[in-house]
Design a protein around this ligand. Structure first.
Ligand code: 16G
Length: 184
């Protein structure tokens, strides 16, 4: 198993988003097709393992010791289901992933057999803060969830990040997020 450039999902889904529906403001103006100098926004591929993908995820939480085999197996599973939209921003000059966020589409019987979107693992590497990349990823994946016909999109975040997510039309819900952890 050799890491390669095969995208996790069809890149046209990102390229063909109707950016005029974006609600956050960007100064300077950037978009999924033009994320900034020497940056590209695209689906994850297995070659990103060697471009520091885990280093970026490690700035959010524990990533553990993942072997290339484990990574590729998980990638293949996600690709097969077709419901995982792990998106990255690469600095092509450095050949490094500098930001990532994931949209997961969950299938429902309720709401007329509808779908729910979940935003997960939003991380911008320390060195790339201030380039609006978190905002860009959030706007992109929120629009994508709408395009994929999700009836709602949700995420969990720290209280200090609520104002950030409000920019994209998210509001704190009256439901409480609960968890039971089986490991830390
Ligand atoms: C944050 C993330 C969530 C991630 C979790 C990991 C966002 C919006 N939320 O809540 O996606 O799974 O952190 O924390 O990025 P854990 O390692 O404590 O589960």
């Amino acid at each position: 198993m050799i890491p390669n450039e095969t995208p996790l999902f069809d890149p046209r889904l990102l390229a063909e988003l109707d950016w005029s529906q974006n609600t956050a403001s960007f100064r300077p103006a950037i978009s999924p097709l033009h994320p900034g100098d020497s940056l590209i926004l695209r689906p994850l591929c297995t070659a990103d393992l060697n471009r520091g993908f885990f280093k970026v995820l490690g700035q959010l939480t524990k990533v553990g010791n993942v072997t290339p085999e484990q990574f590729i197996k998980k990638f293949d599973h996600m690709k097969k289901t077709g419901d995982y939209y792990v998106t990255v921003v690469e600095d092509v000059n450095l050949g490094q992933i500098v930001a990532t966020a994931t949209l997961i589409v969950e299938h429902k019987f309720i709401h007329g057999c509808s779908k729910r979107g979940r935003i997960e693992e939003v991380v911008v590497s320390d060195e790339c803060r201030g380039k609006q990349l978190g905002k860009l990823l959030l706007s992109t994946l929120t629009l994508l969830s709408k395009k994929l016909d999700c009836y709602k999109i949700t995420l969990e975040c720290k209280a200090g990040n609520v104002a950030f997510y409000e920019k994209f039309g998210y509001a704190a819900s009256d439901e409480t997020y609960m968890q039971s952890r089986f490991s830390d």
